[in-house]
Design a protein around this ligand. Sequence first.
Ligand code: ADP
Ligand code: G6P
Length: 462
Amino acid sequence: PNAEQSSVTKRNLIVVSNRLPLSVKRTEDGSYTSSMSSGGLVTSLSGLTKTTEFRWFGWPGMSPQEPAEQEKIRQSLGAHNAIPVFLDEELANRHYNGFSNQILWPTLHYQSGVAFDDGPWEAYKKVNEIFADYIADAAQEEDLVWVHDYHLMLLPRLLRERMAKKKRQACIGFSLHTPFPASEAMRTLPVAKELLQGLLSSTLVGFHTEDYRLNFVESCQYLLNARAQDSSILYKDRLVKTGRFTVGIDPEKFNDTLRKGEVQARIKQLNERYKEIKVILGVDRLDYIKGLTQKLHGFEQFLTDNPRWQGKVVLVQVAVPSREDVKEYQELETQISCLVGKINGKFSQPEYTPIVYLHRSIPFTELTALYSIADMCLLTSSRDGMNLVAFEYIACQEQRHGVLALSEFAGASVFMAEGTVAFHPANIKEMSQAINKGLTMSRDERTERYKKLERFVNRNTR
Ligand code: ADP
Ligand code: G6P
């Protein structure tokens, strides 16, 4: 660096999200172990660790009250630059399950019939305040604070207030990893204005797609009388920038894993097992936004419409358990298990089962091997911020040039439309035709589509 650059104060980066990249669990001997958290937010930020140094604040997934226990967790995470924000268990439950995942998440994804309740909202506010206290203590003048996702929408305002009291400037970025809905949907939430005001204390608010960004701007105009100026919003004498930032994956991580001997051996084994059978793969958190019931109905329709494929194609569906304390997720799990049983009962033969359903988290090596051997990846989200599984499948398909069948309601479809087989997830007939098209596509057409997708995934890496 030249003299001019080195005289500039070093700006530290602080990342804040509800979930840390590592989730902590207590073992039987009283110590703590941590494992990689799943979900698109963690995946998209993990690549950043290669090039950027930052401290990552978040809830570690559990919060013992004894200071000695907290210290053990702090130390185990400290090695990874992750800093736990401890929350009382009941409070965390009402913030995470009660408001974030039972009220806000469904609203952001256009689910109807969301019941608002003051109790979870109070917990949401309280948790955002606790996060603000932690960050205000940690952030120095000039530091960049980058807040992520819907669990912390009030944090920019609460943090700015605290920093102002300390007479410190605050540079706050906020990234939303879900869709931002149309103002009419946002308005159904009685606390929509407070949430928007929270976000408008950021310096910059980022979204995955231009549509989400425009929906946000429109909500601010309609609900808060804010003014749009180019890509910024003027609200109470502050100009807040908004932007579209496409997240991506780290394709190298998949290529490195694919080269490992154990993964190659597993690929060989799976290819042998499915020698005469085409494999359609689904990898989703078990969440209603992923359209899993529609996917199963679409696959059933396909087998009914095309009897010649019976016995010759399997759907391998990995459904990673998610938010299991929330009623809607529990009900969905029961519904999916029943449907899998029903379809398998209808089409199975002694030597053939059409749906292989894995309701658990699988190791990364196994996930990579599955991505690599699948002839098609079928993703059927009814709404989805981005969907990084779509990117990951492409990263692992250098050899096979498989088909990506993608719902037009996943954020990723905006960028990948040219190479995918697109369909409306609620149109079961169309989904059945998309499956047929993918399975019967010529090698040349698959390669042509694959090249377009590969270019996008490899260019858009973080
Ligand atoms: P969402 O963020 O809604 O979960 P995405 O498709 O964007 O959806 O991201 C899901 C992420 O979770 C992907 O990066 C995927 O590889 C990851 N994932 C899937 N299964 C596991 C697992 N067993 N352990 C860790 N991460 C997983
Ligand atoms: C989505 C959300 C993330 C969340 C992830 C996993 O990607 O945008 O904020 O971390 O799902 O969900 P969970 O509830 O397990 O954190």
